[in-house]
Design a binder for this molecule. Structure first.
Ligand SMILES: Cc1ncc(COP(=O)(O)O)c(C=O)c1O
Length: 392
């Protein structure tokens, strides 16, 4: 089956006569045959799936398992392991890496939470920051993982996954593909070892559920499950159901919002308040020609650098009426936010500056509204900002 069919059907087999999967909310399961229960515990303690009894919701849940199977189908992976949020998935991946070695390499820019998690040292990992071109020179015998994001949050910077993989040699590469979704990018096909999504974004798709998911080999999945069992970052079955349902419309949502984004990019390029538009399909943003080769389209996220910096960004955030001024992304409705002030505020100032996270940068997540209405709102908000500035 192709992606659109998989998105609708994957993880939905063995449902009996039901048309949609049921939600199993049990926190515990009956264990009348102790020897059998013990075998299940032993299997799961080593990161395997249960043999025939989940025992306890933190160890395994059938509803969550359905979502994981669906994501494996979409990403083309042997296995997937879900978590309570994208950050729980990042933490779980880093702790799984720690089972292998003490050093990780990360490429900026990345989501502010991930950046801070690595920079603050709470996980006790030794972290090297690299540019996409010099990842190879940071590799040591104890390097357990290379972590990168493409398109990157918030600048939409693109990374050539195959290039990172070739520099990595035997070192596993984790790609946060949240901005692309499996509709536009399949990192494992380009040699990545693990692909991570904040399911809170496009996968859920309606701004009403938090989740994180990692797709990878069964060997990595076993490490991730072991970490999840111990740290308790498991996804609630109700949330898993909601994300799984979101997958059914993922492709149509991403493609439709992408059309809207393209429409807005064309117009924003000519707006007098705008210094630069950041969008993967613009040649200025894709010097390596990755759109078409790695990324099937520019996606639904736009970066906007305003000529008048912070004051203009603040004005635009308060002037929008159809866009919601809020962090997050990938909902049906359009959002606008200021990375330096919000999502990436926690990132060291120097790293923000070198990563292009400037005071005049706004990040737009384009939704499914009518593009004319979105443009009307944006154009008015940016022009109001012009009026306000010229009045000063
Ligand atoms: C690229 C990326 N990765 C990970 C995360 C963390 O996800 P969550 O908010 O679900 O913990 C985010 C959140 O914005 C993100 O944008």
């Amino acid at each position: 089956m192709r992606l659109n069919s998989l998105a609708v059907h994957a993880g939905r087999d063995n449902m009996g006569i039901a048309h949609v999967p049921s939600i199993d909310l049990s926190t515990t399961y009956r264990t009348p045959v102790l020897d059998e229960a013990t075998d299940n515990i032993d299997a799961m303690a080593q990161g395997h799936q249960p043999i025939n009894n989940p025992i306890y919701q933190r160890l395994h849940n059938p509803t969550v398992d359905r979502l994981e199977k669906a994501m494996s189908a979409l990403e083309g992976s042997e296995a997937s392991v879900s978590f309570a949020s994208g950050m729980a998935a990042v933490t779980g991946s880093l702790l799984a890496a720690k089972m292998v070695g003490s050093h990780v390499i990360a490429v900026r820019p990345i989501y502010g939470g991930t950046d801070h998690l690595l920079a603050c040292g709470i996980l006790g990992l030794d972290v090297s920051w690299a540019t996409a071109d010099d990842v190879g020179s940071h590799i040591r015998p104890e390097t357990a993982m290379i972590l990168c994001e493409t398109p990157a949050n918030p600048t939409l910077a693109l990374i050539d996954i195959e290039d990172i993989v070739s520099q990595a040699g035997d070192v596993p590469v984790l790609v946060d593909s949240t901005f692309a979704t499996p509709v536009l990018q399949k990192p494992l096909m380009h040699g990545a070892t693990l692909v991570l999504h904040s399911g809170t974004k496009f996968l859920g798709g309606h701004g009403d559920v938090m989740a994180g998911i990692v797709s990878c080999s069964e060997e990595w999945a076993r490490r991730l499950r072991q970490v999840r069992i111990l740290t308790g970052g498991n996804l609630h079955p109700q949330a898993a159901y909601t994300v799984h349902r979101g997958l059914q419309t993922l492709s149509i949502r991403v493609r439709s919002a992408q059309e809207n984004a393209r429409y807005l990019v064309e117009r924003l390029l000519d707006h007098p308040a705008v210094e630069q538009v950041l969008y993967p399909e613009l040649s200025s943003c894709d010097p390596k020609g990755l759109v078409g080769r790695q990324l099937a389209g520019g996606g639904t996220m736009i970066g906007l650098v305003l000529k008048e910096g912070y004051a203009a960004a603040r004005e635009a955030m308060s002037a929008v009426q159809l866009f919601t001024p809020a962090v997050s992304l990938g909902s049906c409705d359009s959002l606008i936010q200021h990375p330096a002030g919000l999502t990436h505020r926690i990132v060291e100032e120097e790293a923000r500056a070198s990563g292009g996270i400037t005071a005049g940068l706004l990040r737009l997540s384009i939704g499914l509204e009518d593009p004319e209405d979105l443009w009307f709102d944006l154009e008015r908000a940016l022009s109001r900002e012009e009026l306000a500035l010229s009045a000063k």
